[in-house]
Design a protein around this ligand. Structure first.
Ligand code: ADP
Ligand code: MG
Length: 724
C-alpha cells in the first residue's frame, strides 16, 4: 500500500469573482524512501500540489489516500492531526520563526516530548546533525539564508514524520549553498518520502529517484530515475498529548513567545499594568459608590447586644435590669446605654478625632492587654491609620481631660474609630455627654444673701466624696459653702447630695486667675470640682429618678445569634427588645439620595473600567499581526492547535503578572502610609480579588479574540496573510 495516493485531485481557487485552476486531474502515488523532484513553469501548480499533500489547502475533486485511508471527509482538526503525524515542511522563504532562537525553533517541533530537558538534548543533537549546533542561541532573524534553511531542516527532522515536503528550498540561496542544502535534505531523509519542488532540476539530479513535471495544473510526465531501497513499515502513531501535556507545553511555548518579542511583551505588560492601576485608582477614589454596600444599623452594633425598652416609657430601675439579666443569662448590662448609639469627638493637642464609638473595654471581645484603661478617665484609642503620628497623651472629651493608655491603628478607613473605656468610664462619659446636651453644667454658690454662679467641673485629682471650690474669692478660708445646686440635674439640690454623701472639702484653688481650661485660657468663672465617680452618680441619680426617665437599656450576650433569640423571648406586653444588628430601612428620600450619589459614582466607575478594557482590547488586537506568521508556521509544523492556544493564553497571563504585582504593591504602600491612607477609599482584599478577576477576564477575552483571528483561517491563508 502506498504511503500517499492522489486520485484525480483537483483544486480550484475562486477569489473575487475570478476562478483559477491550481491543479487538475492529478493522480500520483508516493512511498517511503523516494526522493521526488517536481519541476514545471511558474504557475503550473507545483505549490498547490504540495499544499494539498500537506493538508494545508483543501482539494475539491478526487481523493487523497493516506496509507489507504480516504481523506475527502476530513475537517480542519483531522488535517491538524494529519500534519502533526505525517508532514514536515521546508519553504522557499524558510518560515523560520525569526523572533525565536535556533534552539527554540527546533524545540518547538519537539513539543511531543514531555520533558523539557529531553527536548533540549534532542534539539542539540539535531542541530549538530545539520551543522547548526554553534548557532543554537542565535535569533532566527540574524541568520543567513542557508543557516535558516538548515534550522528548518533540523526542525523538520525533529518531528520524525514520514513525509518531508520542500517548496523551492533553495530558491533564495546561491548555487554553493543550494547544493549543500539539497545534500543535507537527501542525507537526512533516506528512509522518508521527500518531495522537492525546484526550478532547477540539475541541482537535485544527483539524488532524485523520480522526476514529476507539471504543466498547467496537470502532471505532464512522471519518470523513475533510480530504484529505491525497501523501507521499514511505519512506526506506531505518536501518543496523544494529555491535558497536562498540553498545559505544560503551552506554558513553555507561552514563555518562549513572551521572551521572543521583548518590546511587544514590554508594551503588553505596561498596558495591562496601566490598565490595572487605572482601575485601582478609580476604585480608591470612588468612595460614595461604596455607600451602596454599607449597612445602616438602628442601634450601635455590638456583637451580642440586645436593646430593651419598657413599653410604658417608665424609668427602669437597676434591680429590674439585674433581674432580667440573670433570668436570660446575660454576660452584662448597661442601664443608660445611649452612648452606644452616639459617636463622640475628642480634642487633642494635634486636632480633632471625630466619629469615635464609645465601647467598654472587653465588650467586643478584643483584649487590650496591659494598655487597657483602668480608671474612669482612661481611654484606649483605636483609630484610622492616618492619625498614627499624632496621638497625644491626653485627649479632651466634652472638655474633660482623659489619659490615653494605649492606641492602635487600622487601615480600613471606612470603619469608625473606637474609644475604649472602663465601665465606670463609660458611665462617666455618658454623664458628661447628657449634661452637655442639656445645657452647660452649672452650679451656684451661695453665701448668706449673696449668690455666685459657678461651673460644676470634674477633676480626676479628687477621690469619691471630695470636692473643691475655686475662684470664688482669693481668701479661701473665709468661704463657707452654704448651698450648691446644679440646674442641670433637674434642679436637684446638690448640696443635699454632697451632705448626704459626706463630702469632704479638699482643696481650694488660691486664685481665680490661675484657673484655666485645657487650652490655657482662664476660665474666668467660679468652679466647683467633684470627682468623676460623684459626677456620674449625680447624673444617674438625677436621670433615673426623674419623671421623664430612662426607659431603655442594653443586655449583652455571647453573639448576635443568641441576642436574636433572647430578643424574641423578652419582647412581650412589658418590653420590646431588638438585637443590635437590626438594620434600618432607609426612607424614600434617603434611599434616593444614596442611589443617586452612590449610583452616579458607581456608574462612573463602570464607565471608566469599560473604557479601560476597551482601550486595552484595541491596543492588543493591533498586536495580533505580529504573531500570525509565527502561528501559521507552527501550524504548518503540525504543532497541536491546543498547545499553540494554551501558549497564547499563557503569554497573556505572564504579561499580566507585573500588573497584579504592581497594583498589590500600590495598595500596600497607599494603605500603610498614614498621610496617603487618609486620601483614598480603603479597598478590602475582596475588592482586590475583583480587580484581579477583571484583569484576567480582559486578558482572557483579548486572547480569545486573537486566537479566533489567528486560527479562523486555513494555514495556507494565514501564511499568505503574512505578506508573502
Ligand atoms: P507554482 O507553485 O507552480 O508556481 P501555484 O501552485 O502557486 O504554482 O499556482 C497554480 C495556479 O493556481 C496559478 O494559476 C495560480 O495563479 C493559482 N493560485 C495559486 N494560489 C492561488 C490563490 N491563493 N488564489 C488564486 N489563485 C491561486
Ligand atoms: Mg510555487
Amino acid at each position: 500500500m502506498a504511503l500517499l495516493e492522489l486520485k484525480n485531485i483537483g483544486k480550484i481557487y475562486a477569489s473575487g469573482g475570478t476562478v483559477a485552476v491550481g491543479v487538475r486531474g492529478v493522480s500520483l502515488s508516493f512511498d517511503r524512501g523516494e526522493f521526488v523532484a517536481v519541476t514545471g513553469e511558474s504557475g503550473s501548480g507545483k505549490s498547490t500540489l504540495l499544499n494539498v499533500i500537506s493538508g494545508m489547502d483543501s482539494y475539491e475533486e478526487g481523493e487523497m489516500f493516506v496509507e489507504g485511508e480516504p481523506t475527502s471527509h476530513y475537517l480542519e482538526p483531522d488535517w491538524e492531526e494529519y500534519r502533526k503525524q505525517y508532514i514536515s515542511f521546508v519553504f522557499q522563504d524558510y518560515n523560520i520563526i525569526e523572533s525565536f532562537t535556533v534552539l527554540q525553533n527546533v524545540e518547538l517541533a519537539l513539543m511531543h516530548l514531555k520533558s523539557a530537558a529531553e527536548r533540549r538534548k534532542r534539539a542539540i543533537e539535531l542541530l549538530d546533525r545539520v551543522g547548526m549546533k554553534d548557532f543554537a542561541g542565535h535569533k532566527g532573524s540574524r541568520l543567513s539564508g542557508g543557516q535558516k534553511q538548515r534550522t528548518v531542516i533540523a526542525r523538520a527532522l525533529a518531528k520524525d514524520s514520514p513525509v518531508i515536503l520542500a517548496d523551492e528550498p533553495t530558491g533564495n540561496l546561491d548555487a554553493a549553498t543550494s547544493a549543500e542544502i539539497i545534500a543535507l535534505l537527501h542525507e537526512v531523509s533516506k528512509d522518508k518520502l521527500l518531495i522537492v519542488v525546484t526550478h532547477d532540476f540539475d541541482e537535485v539530479a544527483g539524488y532524485a529517484t523520480r522526476h514529476v513535471r507539471m504543466f498547467d495544473g496537470s502532471v505532464e510526465s512522471d519518470r523513475t530515475l533510480r530504484r529505491t531501497g525497501t523501507v521499514a513499515s511505519p512506526v506506531g502513531k505518536p501518543e496523544k498529548l494529555t491535558k497536562k501535556g498540553v498545559l505544560s507545553n503551552g506554558l513553555t511555548l507561552g514563555w518562549s513567545i513572551f521572551r521572543s518579542k521583548p518590546l511587544l511583551s514590554f508594551f503588553l505588560c505596561a498596558l495591562l499594568t496601566l490598565g490595572a492601576l487605572a482601575v485601582f485608582s478609580l476604585t480608591i477614589s470612588s468612595g460614595s459608590a461604596m455607600m451602596l454596600f454599607e449597612k445602616s444599623y438602628m442601634f450601635g452594633h455590638i456583637d451580642g447586644r440586645v436593646v430593651v425598652a419598657r413599653r410604658d416609657g417608665q424609668t427602669v430601675t437597676s434591680d429590674e435590669v439585674q433581674g432580667l439579666a440573670s433570668r436570660y443569662g446575660a454576660d452584662g448590662s448597661i442601664i443608660v446605654d445611649g452612648m452606644l448609639e452616639w459617636v463622640v469627638s475628642l480634642n487633642g493637642q494635634y486636632g480633632y478625632y471625630s466619629g469615635l464609638n464609645v465601647r467598654i473595654a472587653g465588650s467586643d471581645g478584643k483584649n487590650l492587654g496591659e494598655n487597657a484603661p483602668k480608671k474612669a478617665t482612661d481611654v484606649y484609642l483605636s483609630l484610622p491609620l492616618w492619625y498614627e503620628d499624632s496621638v497625644p497623651d491626653t485627649v479632651y472629651c466634652f472638655n474633660t481631660a482623659m489619659t490615653v493608655t494605649g492606641t492602635e491603628f487600622f487601615r480600613n478607613t471606612s470603619k469608625d474609630g473606637v474609644m475604649y473605656v472602663t465601665e465606670e468610664g463609660y458611665r462617666f462619659i455618658t454623664a458628661l455627654y447628657y449634661t452637655r446636651q442639656m445645657g452647660s453644667c452649672s452650679a451656684a454658690l451661695e453665701k448668706g444673701d449673696e449668690r455666685t454662679d459657678a461651673v460644676l467641673r470634674v477633676s480626676d485629682m479628687l477621690e469619691k466624696g471630695q470636692y473643691a471650690i475655686a475662684g470664688v474669692e482669693k481668701d479661701a478660708d473665709a468661704r463657707e459653702l452654704s448651698e450648691i445646686w446644679c440646674r442641670v440635674f433637674l434642679k436637684r439640690n446638690v448640696s443635699a447630695f454632697i451632705d448626704a454623701a459626706g463630702f469632704e472639702k479638699k482643696t481650694v484653688s488660691p486664685s481665680y486667675d490661675e484657673l484655666t481650661d485645657e487650652s490655657g485660657t482662664p476660665l474666668g468663672q467660679n468652679c466647683v470640682f467633684i470627682s468623676p465617680a460623684d459626677f456620674t452618680a449625680l447624673f444617674e441619680e438625677a436621670v433615673l429618678k426623674s419623671e421623664s426617665g430612662w426607659c431603655q437599656f442594653s443586655l449583652f450576650f455571647g453573639s448576635d445569634r443568641e441576642a436574636r433569640d433572647v430578643a424574641k423571648q423578652i419582647t412581650g406586653d412589658e418590653y420590646i427588645a431588638l438585637p443590635s444588628d437590626t438594620e434600618i430601612k432607609m426612607d424614600f428620600i434617603d434611599a434616593l439620595g444614596a442611589v443617586i450619589t452612590g449610583g452616579f459614582s458607581a456608574l462612573m466607575w463602570v464607565a471608566g473600567v469599560v473604557f479601560i478594557a476597551f482601550f486595552i482590547n484595541l491596543c492588543t488586537s493591533r498586536t495580533v499581526g505580529a504573531f500570525s506568521g509565527e502561528m501559521a508556521v507552527m501550524r504548518s509544523m503540525g504543532i497541536p492547535v491546543s498547545v499553540i492556544k494554551a501558549g497564547m493564553y499563557f503569554r497573556m497571563l505572564i504579561s499580566a503578572v507585573p500588573a497584579v504585582l504592581l497594583t498589590t504593591a500600590a495598595g500596600i504602600v497607599i494603605f500603610s502610609v498614614p498621610k496617603l491612607s487618609a486620601m483614598f477609599t480603603y479597598i478590602s482584599p475582596w475588592l482586590y480579588a475583583v480587580i484581579y478577576l477583571g484583569i484576567f477576564i480582559i486578558v482572557f477575552r483579548v486572547t480569545r479574540k486573537q486566537v479566533k483571528k489567528l486560527f479562523g483561517s486555513s494555514v495556507r491563508q494565514a501564511m499568505r496573510g503574512d505578506g508573502q
